[in-house]
Design a protein around this ligand. Structure first.
Ligand code: PMP
Length: 412
């Protein structure tokens, strides 16, 4: 039994006191970021109030305690994603993880006319680092053809048949606009058969579905803690150890080296530490660990089922509303991308805001998605482990009722 009431009680943002435009808050922007439970907030507060010290910096008890906590979280992340502990690099989040692969791996390994394969549905963070690498190396980006808006194993095979120079493939595991999950394991197989490496941008999958690094056999996985009830400014890059060891340094400074001398010789630590220059986001790491414990206490299977149930329910309610165009009815996620006919997405989001409902509108950082959807902008409602059926009802009621954008300003 999914104990939704108990779960909701863990979130101060859901204590009933938060409002927008005078209405109780209905937070449906979870693909963007998620709310934080008390246990995460408490873990961060405890670090600041009870055992503040740096990491790897001193030979005294407090410092040792911090070292142990950071190591504990690294182990937790590894267990959560099924990697080795030394395959977990702490970064500031998904975006930094992708940049680390781009600058630490791609910059050294790509040359003129090599190809990075992406899709038109990728987030800016899984596109722009690769564009920059192309500028620096003379490599090119190609886009995989989609099959009914989806990336499929067959289309990836075709891409390799058409183009012999693909060296890196980088796709979102679950898209942040349409919520489609790719068949990462079989795509990884195809990519490896052709000697390329596969990067999985898992910002939208790790918080919602079991994502098993070893089983999927991808080369890198990237994600952010803030999309899984954790703090902002922290996330991870998971990489096969042999690749991490070969990768160049992206950031250098304190904490990542064994020794350096006046001849400019630097001996870096082994991976993952060689990538973690400077004082770590210790509070963030500790909050990240608490978020993983929290998610584990509910279970990813139950979370996924809850989100799917809400999505199915919302779709069944919106089905009869001819004014609402849904772009991802067949998505296996808690994301609904839609427009109300004749209403610009941002106007619709503003109207929903006037009723206390938080949704995202526009291109959701996936700025090429208009080529796939034939619309320049969509509204996105995204559910998470604490979303209730009542909230989905408020959202659907308001969407079905419609209204003029001017209501947002004059109908208080
Ligand atoms: N990729 C995808 C698929 C995302 O949804 C996001 C966040 N919207 C990112 C990358 C970037 O994540 P962050 O801003 O946390 O680095």
């Amino acid at each position: 039994m999914y104990k939704l009431e108990e779960i909701i009680k863990q979130f101060p943002m859901l204590d009933g006191s938060k409002t927008m435009q005078g209405h109780p808050l209905v937070f449906l922007d979870n693909a963007s970021t998620t709310l934080k439970p008390y246990c995460v907030i408490k873990a961060i507060e405890e670090y600041y109030s009870d055992y503040t010290a740096n990491h790897h910096r001193g030979d005294y008890d407090l410092c040792y305690k911090v070292d142990m906590k950071v190591q504990e979280v690294r182990e937790k992340v590894a267990k959560f994603i099924n990697s080795e502990v030394n395959e977990v690099v702490f970064t500031s989040g998904d975006t930094e993880s992708l940049n680390l692969i781009a600058y630490g791996y791609a910059l050294d390994n790509l040359k003129k006319d090599d190809v990075i394969l992406l899709s038109l549905e990728e987030h800016a963070s899984n596109t722009l680092p690769w564009y920059r690498i192309c500028e620096l190396t003379g490599a090119k980006v190609e886009f995989v053809d989609l099959e009914d808006k989806k990336i499929t194993v067959n289309r990836v095979k075709e891409a390799f048949n058409k183009c012999k120079n693909i060296k890196i493939v980088s796709f979102a595991h679950v898209g942040n606009v349409l919520g489609y999950e790719i068949d990462a394991k079989n795509i990884a197989n195809v990519v490896h058969e052709h000697g390329a490496i596969f990067v999985l941008d898992a910002a939208q999958s790790v918080p919602h579905i079991k994502t098993d690094f070893k089983d999927l056999d991808v080369d890198f996985i990237t994600f952010s803690a803030h999309k899984m009830c954790g703090p902002t400014g922290i996330g991870a890059l998971i990489g096969k150890y042999s690749l991490l060891q070969k990768m160049s340094l992206f950031k250098t400074g304190g904490g990542m080296n064994v020794k350096f001398n006046k001849n400019m010789e630097v001996i870096p630590l082994d991976a993952p530490y060689k990538f973690e220059a400077g004082t770590l986001n210790i509070a963030g790491i500790i909050g990240f660990g608490a978020a993983i414990d929290f998610i584990n206490s509910i279970g990813l299977d139950a979370i996924k089922e809850h989100e799917l149930e809400l999505a199915r329910y919302a779709l069944s309610r919106l089905e009869s509303c001819k004014d609402v165009v849904i772009y991802n009815k067949d998505s296996n996620s808690g994301i609904i991308a839609f427009n109300r006919a004749g209403v610009f997405a941002q106007d619709e989001a503003t109207l929903l805001n006037s009723k206390g409902i938080a949704v995202r509108s526009g291109q959701h950082c996936a700025k090429m998605i208009d080529e796939v959807l034939d619309t320049i902008a969509t509204v996105r409602a995204s559910f998470y482990l604490y979303t209730s059926k009542e909230e989905v009802d408020i959202f659907c009621d308001n969407l079905i009722k419609g209204g003029d954008i001017l209501d947002a300003y004059f109908s208080k």
